[in-house]
Design a protein. Sequence first.
Lengths: 502, 59, 416
Amino acid sequence: MNDVVVNKVRKGFYLDSVALMRLSRKIAEKEGIREAALMMGTPQNREIMTNAGLLEEAGRAAEGGDLVIAIRAITRETAETALIESESYLDQPMAAGGEGVAWRPRTLRAAVKSMPEANLVLISVPGDFAIAEARKAIRRGLHTMIFSDNVPLEEEAALKREARELGCLVMGPDCGTAIINGTPLAFANSVPRGEIGIVGASGTGTQEVTCLIAQYGGGISQAIGVGGRDLKSEVGGISTLMALDALEADPKTKQVVLISKPPPTEVASRVLERIAACRKPVIICFIGSGELTMPTNAVQVYTLKDAARKSLGLSLDGIENPDSVRIGQARRACVHGLFSGGTLCAEAQVIFRAAGEIVRSNSPVPGASPVNHSGEGHLLLDLGDDQYTLGKPHPMIDPTVRDEMLINSVNDITVGIILVDLVIGYGAHEDPAGHFAKILKANANNDQPIILASVTGTDRDPQNRTDQIAKLKSAGVLVAPTNADAANWAITAIQSRRGEVH
Amino acid sequence: MSESKVKKLLDEPLRVVNIGLEGFATELEQQGVKVIQVDWSPPAGGDTKLANLLSKLGT
Amino acid sequence: MKIIEDANREALKRMLSGDPVLVDVIPASAAIPELKQRMILHAGPPIGWDRLCGPMRGAVTGIAVFEGWAPDLEAAENLAADGAFELHPNHHFDAVGPMTGLTTISQPVMVIENRTFGNRAYCAINEGLGKVLRFGGNDEEVLDRLRWLRDVLGPAMGKALRSGDGIPLKSLIARGLTMGDEMHQRNVACSGLTLRALAPALATTTTSDDGLPEILAFVGGNDQFFLNIAMAMGKAIMDPVRDIDGSTLVTAMSRNGTDFGIRVSGTGDTWFTAPVEMPEGLYFPGFTESDANPDMGDSTIVETIGLGGFAMGAAPAVAGFVGAGAASGAAVFTRTMGEITFGENPEWTIPALDYLGVPTGIDIRLVVETGLAPTINTGIAHKEPGVGQVGAGVVRAPMSCFEQALRGFAERIGVS
C-alpha cells in the first residue's frame, strides 16, 4: 500500500462529535482520499483511527482535549490539500441558520394542537377523503368549508345531520365561495363590508351578487356557502337553515339574500317557512324557478343582477345599452355562450327564455333543451361541468379549457355572437382577460362574431376588474357591466338583426 | 345551541386550518388571516381496509 | 371510541405518575431469581440461535466464556449451535439491555425502582465505547472489562447507592433535557449528573484499594454511562402500563438485530414483529454502510417513554446524524413525533421548543393513520461478530409492526 498518511493536531480545539463526523465524511468523499477522520484525541478514538490506518506520530501523541485531523490519500499532495481544506472548514464560521427547517402538521389533530384557537377547517382533498376530514373537524367543534366535490349525497346528508347536532356549520361539499366576517375563502372576491348577508348554494352566483352589490355601492356582512346540493331532498337544506339562523342573529346583517337552483317543493316550503319567521327582509333568487308564493318579508327575483339591485333598494329596470351591437352581414343570428360559471350560464338562459329565445344547454334551466337536442336555438354551455373538466382544472383556474371552443365558434359562420363570462378574484386565474385577448388576437377573422363579455370581480381583487376590462376592450371585446346585461345586449342585437332580415 | 356557535364564527376573526390546495392558504396568509397548512396524505397510506378500521377505532 | 380514550388516558396517567429511582446494583441472579446457568437474556423479541445476527452470536459466545460455560469462543459457538443455551428476551424478566443486550447470571445489574407502583426493572452496566460485548465484541479485553464491572464497579456502586436513598431519575432527566441530552445517542449531561450524585457516597463507601480512582475514571470517561440507567428507567415506567384493556399505547419497542418487535398495552404480552431496518447514519473512519448490522437493542424503550428520537429537539447536534441534518431540524423530529403520541410529558420539557413537553405515549392508531413511524436514535454495530461499534444514526420502526398490532387490537376488542 503506497497510501500517504498526514496528521495534524490542534491543541485544545473542541468540536461536537457529530459535527466532526459530518466533516470527516465530507473530506473522505473527495477524489483521491482513501479515508479521513476529524476526531478528538481520546484513547478510544485514537484506537479507531489506528485500526483505520490513519495515525502517524503526530496523531498518536494527541490527548483527549486535542482535535486530530487524519487523512490517508493516494498522494501526499492530495492529502495535504485535503488537510488545508479541513482546516478551512474548521475555521470558517457557520452560515447563519436563517429560517431553519419548518415543521408542518400532517394531521388535523396536530394542526389544532398547534393552533388551538382555530375556528374553521377548509377542506379541498379528494372527495373520498373530504368527508372523513370534515367529520374529524366537526367532532372537534370546528366549522368546515368543503371545497371538494364528488361526495355521495347520503354521506353529505349524514355529515350535515351530525354537524347540526354539534352546532357546527358545514359549508359544502362543492362549496366554492364564502366570505366570513370579511375574509374571502377559496373562490371569492374582495368586496366592502356592509349590511347584506348572503346564503349561497352556488359559488359563481354568490360571486356575481357580491361583486354587483359592491359595484352598486353596497357591502357584504357575510356570504355563507352551503354547497350545490344542500337544498336537495336528501339533505333538506340543513346548512341553508343554519345559515339563515346565523344571519338573523348577526347584528351586522340587515338584509338577507338567498341564491340557489330551484329546490324541490317540500324543501322550498320548509325554507320559505323559516324565512317567514325571520325578523329580517329576505330576497330569494331560485335561478330558473317559476313564480312562488312568498312570505310577506320576502321578495322573489329571477336574476342575479336583480338580487343585487333589490338588496340595495334599486329599481329593476334599465339595461345600459351599448352604442351599437351590430352583427356582421355574413353572420347568422345564433349565440354561443361559453361560460365558466354555472350559475352565470343559468342566469343567461333565464334571460334568453324570458325574451322568448330558444336555448340549448348542457345544464338546461326549466324551459331550455338539453344540448344534444336537435334543432335550432342558441347554445349556452357551462364549461365548468364535469364533462369538460374531467381530469382538468376548472376553467376559472385554467382558462385554456375554453380556448378550443372559442376558436371553433369564431370560425363558425352560423354564430353571430359569442357570450362569455370572466370570473376573477381569489382562487381564480391570475389574468383571464389577458389570456382571452391573446387567443382572440391569434385567431382574428375578418368577419368575426361579436364577442360580448362581463367580468365578475372588483377592483380590489388581485387581478383588478378595471384592468381586466381594458384588456378585453383592447382585443375588440364588448364588455357589459353585468352578466345579465351581456345577455340582454345579445338578445337586442339578434332581435334587431332579425328585423333587418325581415 | 347551533345559533350561538355559528354566530360566534361570524363575530370572530377567521383562524383557518387548510387541508388540501395550498394556494388557498397562501391567499389567506396574504390577507393577514391566521392559517395553518396541513401536509396531508391519505390516512394509512391509502390502505382503505386499515383506514376503515381506524375510522371505527377513532383517533 | 370512548373505551379507547379512557384506557389511553389511564395508560398515560400511569406513565406520567411513575417515580423511577436508581436504588442498587446487584448480581443478576439476585435480581432475577428465574435466571439459571446457561440461560441468556437478550435484546428484542424472542429468537433462536439459527436466526441470530453476527454481533448477537459474537456476544453469546463471549458471554458463555465469561460465565465459564465454555473454555473458548469456538467451543461456545458449538455449544450454542447444539442448543446448550436457553435464550429469552430481557423484556420477559423485567430487564432490558442495549444493542445485543445480554443479561446472564453473574453480571451486575442496576436496579430501578418505580416508587409509585413498587415494581423494579434491571439493566447491566454500560461498558463504554470501543470494542464491547453489546456491539458483539468478545475478545479478552472485552471479557476482562466485564470481569472488572462484576468484581469492582458493580459492588462499589451498589454499596454507594445502598448507603443513601437512591438517585431519583425523573428530575435528573428533566435537567438533562435542558442540557442537550436526549438519553439515547447523547447522555453526556446525565452521565455527569449521575456521577456527581454518586461521587460523595462512593468516596465514603469505597477506598483506593477497592478501585475508587479507576471507578471514577471509568464513569467519568464514559459519555454513554447513563444510557443503561435511562433504559431500566424506561422499563420501570412502562411495565405498570401493560395490560390495560382497550389501550392502544405502545408499552415496548425492541429489536434483536433480526426482528423488530412492539408490545401494546391492550394486547398484553403479544409481540408484533417485522424485519428490522438499516439505520441511516454516520460511520467511524474505516467503515461504511456495507459493514453495518441492522438495527438492534432494547434501547428503544427510551423512545417508548418520549426520549431519544422523540426528544431530538433537546439535542440538536444529534439531528446531524440524518440526511441533510440541519441542527435546526431537530425540532421537526420532536414535533413530528407529537403527531403519533397520545400526549406530552409536562415534567420533561424542551426549552428550545418553548418548553414543549416531550411527546409521550405512542398510539398505534396515530402511527398507522399518519404513516409516521417512530424515529429511533441508535448506535450501529458491525455485522461480523467481535468487531464492535462502527457508527451511529437514526432508524425508523417498521410500519408493519404497527399495522399488525392495530389489526390484532381491533380483533381483540371485537371491531372488524
